[in-house]
Design a protein around this ligand. Structure first.
Ligand code: FAD
Length: 301
């Protein structure tokens, strides 16, 4: 992407645009080289302009929310990173349907639902993602997943057109929603249940307490590194392979939850990727099970 192209994109965006933005500042793992250009569009018109320009010019783009499931490589990201966190965070209640824009934090959405005596998403409390990121990952906890609460999704395709797709026409699987290449989730319409606020609040407190006891939530991480293989906990497999506390440079297998890799402060993406390969190898040798990544690795080699 040359300077002229960057200037064009910057002039198109109603919202902030940063050249050479360090991705470590935009991810919960606090790792990653610079992105050529990060834009924070505030409206659909800017977003569409950026996507169409990128498509026409053959420039790659990556859409992101809170960066809580991403490992960005040390060489950074070529092209445009579209971050929906600053715009796209409105919440609107229409009867019992709640529309949340994709950049809204999951935590704020869950609070808002609870305050309106609407239950369901409190099962996911403590997941530090955005609504769009959580839907794209079909994030889940305590036996519930994003797909369980949704009515429909508003998506902008890579051609700039917007369509509303109903739940039954979406392909969800464990920690995944199949989207067309370059598609951006704009908002999600949730169908929730009426329940007493106090009951919802009690459930939330219980889930938060158990998260605090079982996950290293105050450290830099990107959540679970591996998906749970059928019927087994990846964390347990890693723990039983004796890998808790294993360190590679600044990256450490969490002593609290073995499926979390922590950045102790100065970890590089290379440290994390080396540790991941070692964990996979050792689990396969000890248990004969191949672990599949849940964490998404992006960026340039
Ligand atoms: C401490 C901790 C605990 C966690 N606990 C859980 C847990 O219990 N359960 C769980 O499932 N996950 C958990 N996670 C992982 C992570 O929080 C979730 O996957 C989260 O939903 C990701 O949302 P995000 O906005 O951060 O997405 P990002 O990391 O920004 O992006 C993730 C993926 O979604 C895509 N994406 C983001 N926004 C959009 C959009 N608007 N349109 C299209 N694609 C989009 C990105 O391109 C990328 O492929 C945890 C993470 C941490 C750090």
């Amino acid at each position: 992407m040359d300077d002229y192209q960057k200037q064009i994109v910057i002039s198109m965006v109603q919202g902030e645009a940063v050249k050479g933005a360090p991705m470590r500042e935009l991810t919960t793992l606090r790792i990653g080289g610079k992105a050529e250009l990060v834009v924070f569009p505030m409206d659909v018109v800017s977003l569409r302009s950026v996507i169409l320009f990128a498509q026409d010019s053959g420039i790659p783009y990556l859409v992101m929310g809170n960066g809580s499931n991403l490992l960005v490589k040390d060489n950074g990201i070529a092209g445009i990173v579209i971050n929906l966190r600053k715009g796209f965070h409105a919440l609107k209640l229409v009867n019992d349907l709640l529309r949340a824009e994709a950049g809204c934090s999951l935590g704020r959405f869950i609070e808002y639902a609870g305050a309106n005596s609407l239950s369901g998403p409190e099962y996911l409390i403590g997941i530090p993602g955005s609504v769009g990121g959580a839907l794209s990952m079909n994030a889940g906890a305590h036996g519930k997943e994003m797909k369980d609460f949704i009515h429909s999704v508003e998506i902008m395709g890579s051609d700039g057109n917007i369509e509303e797709i109903e739940r039954d026409n979406l392909e969800f699987s464990y920690r995944s929603l199949r989207l067309k290449k370059g598609a951006v989730i704009l908002s999600v319409l949730f169908k929730l249940n009426r329940e007493q606020k106090q009951v919802i609040d009690e459930r939330k407190s219980g889930f938060l307490k158990s998260r605090r006891e079982t996950q290293p939530i105050d450290s830099y991480s990107a959540g679970c590194v591996f998906k749970n293989p059928q019927g087994v906990s990846a964390g347990r497999l890693i723990e039983e392979a004796g890998l808790k506390g294993l360190q590679m440079g600044g990256a450490v297998v969490s002593p609290l939850h073995a499926n979390f890799i922590l950045n102790s402060g100065d970890a590089t993406a290379k440290d994390v990727m080396t540790l991941i390969e070692l964990m996979k190898k050792r689990v396969y040798e000890e248990k004969g099970i191949e672990c599949e990544l849940e964490l998404q690795i992006v960026g340039e080699d």
